[in-house]
Design a protein around this ligand. Structure first.
Ligand SMILES: NC(=O)c1ccc[n+]([C@@H]2O[C@H](COP(=O)([O-])OP(=O)(O)OC[C@H]3O[C@@H](n4cnc5c(N)ncnc54)[C@H](OP(=O)(O)O)[C@@H]3O)[C@@H](O)[C@H]2O)c1
Length: 326
């Protein structure tokens, strides 16, 4: 596996978690630099362990950076993915990859031309337990999947990035995208019909939303998401002969339960596959493992395209339009 030198764009909460994760695999994924809007913030983040750049462009232009982790606000993801690819850098970009499907297309066309790697950072997808779930479904532990239900709610009522349209705010964009991406993965297809209702807040973004996705194979998926409700993170499958509840679906803790299966044989708890890796480290190793293919099967470009189209549709059904989008 190639040792990629990482550059971090942004010094916020998720950037710190990512760096902590990569420190556990520093031999394979060294972090060489960070870029921020201010040099002071970059220096404070770097704490002498990496080069600090006082602009985002300086990080992109750093010749020792091979791959850029984009941990900026949602409305900045496409612009900086494009700039990074144009500079010949590989990109792992936080979700959602773009504000709209159309914007994502402009990212992917630059990435394709630059022949660089690009992945939207749905880190939960990089965990080996999903392959295990697929196997359980294939052998029919719950029969045919009929219903999939997933949630991601948390309570952060006063965070500007969540309440501001221009920053790509709203529960769907921030956390609802997780359960939606999971329903699409479970169904292995794009929904043929969607519905979405939302309670709006901030300057017209969804602070709570509920969506239904109907897939061509007959599976019905439902989602609740909120950024003003008590924390709830769940994912469940109801099949023709049983059900599976997935514990902490968006964050897998080694050693903790992964699945609770209820079927004709009773209830069985299956522990999480434990490869001892931190979630963020696993995500970075996924990038390294697939760098030569330019996309990773855990979240390939078409998957991101489908995800962006779905988010567009749900947002519009809830009557949320970005400025200038109509
Ligand atoms: N994968 C996950 O589990 C996960 C979890 C949380 C968030 N995220 C995603 O990661 C991204 C960052 O989230 P976060 O929680 O790290 O957010 P955050 O703590 O608010 O940090 C966002 C960063 O964006 C930069 N920024 C640029 N313009 C800004 C502005 N006008 N106001 C505030 N910040 C600005 C800042 O970097 P500088 O000050 O250094 O320029 C800031 O540190 C979002 O897209 C979010 O959806 C993913």
């Amino acid at each position: 596996m190639t040792a990629l030198r990482w550059g971090i764009l942004g010094t916020g909460g998720i950037a710190r978690k990512f760096v902590d994760g990569l420190r556990m695999i520093a031999d394979r994924c060294p972090i060489v630099a960070v870029g921020s809007r201010t040099l002071l913030s970059a220096q404070s983040f770097a704490a002498g362990t990496m080069r600090a750049h006082g602009t985002y462009q300086a990080l992109i232009d750093d010749p020792e950076v091979d791959v850029v982790y984009i941990a900026l606000l949602n409305h900045q993801h496409a612009e900086w993915s494009i700039r990074a690819a144009e500079a010949g850098k590989h990109v792992l970009c936080e979700k959602p990859a773009a504000m709209t499907a159309r914007e994502l297309e402009s990212v992917l066309s630059v990435v394709k031309k630059a022949n660089t790697f690009f992945m939207e950072g749905f880190l939960y997808r990089c965990h080996p337990r999903w392959a295990e779930l697929r196997q359980l479904l294939t052998v029919g532990v719950i029969g045919e999947v009929r219903i999939a239900h997933a949630t991601f709610c948390f309570n952060a009522p006063n965070v500007p990035r969540l309440l501001t349209k221009a920053m790509g705010g709203g529960a769907l964009m921030d956390v609802g995208c997780y359960p939606i991406s999971w329903l699409r993965w479970i169904a292995g297809a794009e929904p043929s019909t969607t519905t979405c209702i939302a309670t709006l807040g901030g300057d017209g973004v969804d602070i709570s939303a509920s969506a239904t996705l109907h897939f061509p194979n007959g599976v019905i998926g439902t989602v609740y998401t909120s950024c003003v409700a008590h924390r709830q993170v769940t994912a469940s499958l109801i099949g023709s002969t049983g059900r599976i509840d997935i514990i902490e679906p968006w964050r897998s803790t080694p050693g903790e339960a992964a699945f609770i299966i209820t079927n004709q044989n009773g209830t069985q708890t299956i522990p999480c596959l434990d490869d001892g890796l931190n979630t963020y480290a696993r995500e970075a190793l996924t990038v390294a493992a697939h760098i030569h293919e330019r996309q990773a099967p855990m979240m390939n470009w078409n998957d991101s395209r489908g995800q962006a189209h779905c988010l567009d549709a749900l947002r519009h059904q809830a009557n949320i339009w970005w400025d200038g989008e109509k």
